[in-house]
Design a protein around this ligand. Structure first.
Ligand code: ADP
Length: 479
């Protein structure tokens, strides 16, 4: 079974959030499980030269894009036993940002077409399935059926589209459809792109792909309804039979408190974890107090993550004997609010308005709890990483949070976190207070909870198995 995994980011090459994390770790797991997977990503200028220097030039060609033809260099390298292809075009990918450029529609249209043109040039590898991810690659199933339908190379090639976050859809004016993509007016293709007065890359991808997955079973159900559907609920409901939710995993090699060189003290049990808390408190200028519950927030600062709830009850939280360490960048409204509360409570809050991988690991290792009051959360990796480090998630019951955080039951001692159902600030506050109550109890309940969390299994093997089964069903349909 040969899978070409197409994604716009893959750690350690490039990562702006959870997508890059998955792009880095899922192919490794698939490869280990015996699937012949190859990954193809854009060669962004942000990729560290040490990685790209090892890439070998394979070939170059021109990619048709509407009425133009654009240069494409194809490079190849092997990293941790996985084959990577890099799509090279400095005009499109030597930019100051990975996303958010004025011509993202054209940049990722180019990427999609360049992937299909690359397949035509692979000498030793013909994928059975092209596994696409999010709107950046959603045009591949479209282009495959619109531009390559008569090419025998592609006759039996199947497409799978994974939705990591329905919020981001690739919505652009019709001009992109005609000028950049060179697609015809009217007919089925036109209908499939049409989204109110504009076009929608993800919608077209969903309607053209042979199968669709999303990153947790709960999110797969949620997106069929308006609250989570981002105006795509009816499109998705129409494809319900082809849609599956498979929970992501995390790389247990990378996130391993026993071996992590970024943290203050490596550990395998709750007792040894404490040194990390003391180290971080000291480094960040917070009072070094093991008895104060330490909350971590490691996140993009965007509305999705539920910071409105947190900010709403911040005055009450600050009345408690707790510490809060926040790492992340994003929207100014949240950065400003966190800065404001930090100035008011310098001995309780440390806020770093940027993202830093080493600091993220230090916080996971130091924190007693991590806050994830998300409005929606397709999968969420942060809670899984946190649990691996014995930091207890306080999460809203949505999407992948619901599928991974099992509420603590004080009578049976089961569970690995705390959760609340409604998007309501006082439910969050109540849950925080409940967690702090358990933390302060003079018995080993907290330790049991931490051990439960550290022993929860979020490795990729389980998801890789489910994907392997899904790939097999896709191919069975051919025979
Ligand atoms: P999302 O993909 O919505 O950002 P996830 O919980 O699925 O959230 O994935 C978070 C991953 O991204 C973790 O590996 C986390 O360490 C990392 N991360 C969190 N915040 C940022 C940020 N501001 N920039 C880059 N990576 C981040």
């Amino acid at each position: 079974m040969r899978i070409l995994y197409v994604i716009s980011e893959a750690d350690p090459f490039i990562k702006t959030g959870g997508l890059g994390e998955v792009g880095g770790s899922f192919p490794l797991a698939l490869n280990k499980s015996g699937i012949e997977v190859r990954v193809i990503i854009p060669k962004y200028s942000q990729i560290t030269p040490e990685l790209t220097e090892k890439a070998a030039f394979l070939t170059s060609f021109e990619v048709p894009l509407g009425w133009r033809r654009q240069y494409c260099g194809l490079q190849e390298l092997v990293y941790q036993d996985v084959h990577y292809y890099l799509i090279d075009n400095e005009y499109y990918f030597k930019r100051s940002h990975v996303y958010g450029e004025y011509d993202d529609a054209e940049r990722f249209s180019f990427f999609c077409r360049a992937v299909l043109e690359s397949i035509c040039r692979f000498s030793d590898y013909k994928p059975d399935i092209i596994h696409c991810n999010d709107w950046h690659t959603a045009l591949i199933p479209v282009m495959l059926k619109e531009f390559y339908f008569s090419d025998p190379l592609f006759f039996n090639m199947r497409t799978l589209l994974t939705i990591h976050n329905l919020k981001y859809q690739g919505i652009y004016p019709w001009q992109v459809y005609f000028d950049v993509l060179g697609l015809p007016e009217g007919g089925m293709c036109y209908q499939r792109f049409s989204f109110k007065d504009v076009i929608n890359f993800l919608k077209a991808g969903i309607l053209y792909a042979d199968r669709i997955t999303t990153v947790s079973p709960t999110y797969a159900g949620e997106i069929l309804y308006p609250y989570y559907g981002e105006q795509m609920e009816s499109v998705l409901a129409g494809k319900k039979d082809l849609l599956t939710g498979i929970l992501n995993g995390i790389d247990y090699g990378k996130y391993n408190p026993r071996k992590d060189s970024y943290i203050y003290a490596q550990y395998g049990s709750y007792a040894q974890k404490l040194n990390n808390k003391l180290g971080l408190q000291e480094d960040l200028g917070l009072p070094v107090r093991p008895e104060a519950p330490l909350f971590g927030v490691i996140s993009r600062l965007v509305p999705q993550k539920g910071f409105d709830l947190l900010l709403h009850v911040m005055p009450q939280i600050m009345e408690m004997d707790v510490q809060l360490v926040i790492l992340g960048d994003g929207e100014a409204q949240y950065e400003n609010s966190f800065q404001y509360y930090t100035r008011l409570n310098p001995d309780k809050i440390a806020f770093m308005d940027y993202y830093d991988e080493v600091m993220a690991h230090k916080i996971y290792a130091a924190a007693d709890m991590v806050l994830m009051p998300s409005r929606f959360e397709p999968c969420g990796l942060t809670q899984m990483i946190a649990m691996r480090y014995g930091a207890i998630p306080i999460a809203r019951e949505t999407g992948g949070l619901k599928d991974s955080v099992i509420p603590y039951n004080q009578f049976t001692g089961t569970g690995n976190g705390f959760s609340f159902a409604n998007y309501n600030a006082h439910e969050l506050l109540d849950t925080i207070q409940r967690a702090v109550g358990v933390f302060h109890e003079q018995n080993d309940r907290w330790e049991t909870l931490v051990n439960n969390a550290m022993h929860s299994d979020f490795s990729w093997e389980r998801s890789a198995k489910q994907y392997t089964a899904l790939y097999a069903t896709l191919l069975e349909q051919l025979s």
